[in-house]
Design a protein around this ligand. Structure first.
Ligand code: ADP
Length: 169
């Protein structure tokens, strides 16, 4: 069972073995945390993403799946890219959102990572209500029962940090 910590701030400066990117299925960059990771990590990450598209992932990464690349110039060793679902009021996609966390943890474990940092997947451009995005995150990380020793939940605002600390209690 992992230890779970909450911090507020920018995930690109966190020195866990893995940082997780809330990517889009193209793997070719985007806004939000994705843009920040590629900016701070330099061109090596995009190079490896392009290579994945040319080889094993010609149609991109499916929602809920996870794939690892180098972390380039970041303090982390690997970036794990995962694609959260776009929030829908009609269609309950929360199991897919939890899969992002579960499959990222499984992949981190297979890489031998001992620590991992997550942003709030789908909590930005993909429109998930923050309180539920946080609840899904906390539930998934707890249920995953991972061997990764340390999980850091990186909140990008004090509001998200408060929601996360509350959900963990
Ligand atoms: P998605 O498309 O999955 O919604 P976003 O990147 O738009 O992904 O947003 C996901 C969450 O990441 C949001 O809570 C957003 O505020 C947060 N975020 C954006 N930039 C950073 C960053 N540099 N470090 C940590 N979290 C970030």
């Amino acid at each position: 069972m992992s230890g779970i910590d909450v911090i507020t701030g920018d995930i690109t400066v966190v020195d866990t073995d893995v940082i997780v990117n809330a990517a889009n299925s193209s793997l070719l960059g985007g806004g939000g945390v994705d843009g920040a990771i590629h900016r701070a990590g330099g061109p090596a990450i995009l190079r490896e993403c392009r290579l994945l598209r040319e080889t094993t992932l010609p149609s991109g990464l499916e929602t809920g799946a996870a794939v690892a690349t180098t972390a380039g110039d970041l303090p982390a060793r690997w970036v794990i890219h995962t694609v959260g679902p776009v929030h829908s009021a009609r269609d309950d996609r929360s199991a897919t959102l939890r899969e992002c966390y579960i499959r990222s943890l499984r992949l981190a474990s297979s890489l031998g990572a001992r620590s991992i940092a997550f942003p709030l997947i789908s909590g930005g451009a993909y429109g998930w209500p923050l309180d539920d995005a946080v609840d899904q995150q906390v539930r998934a990380v707890k249920d995953a029962n991972s061997t990764v020793e340390s999980v850091v939940l990186v909140a990008f605002s004090e509001k998200i940090a408060d929601l996360t600390r509350r959900a963990l209690r």
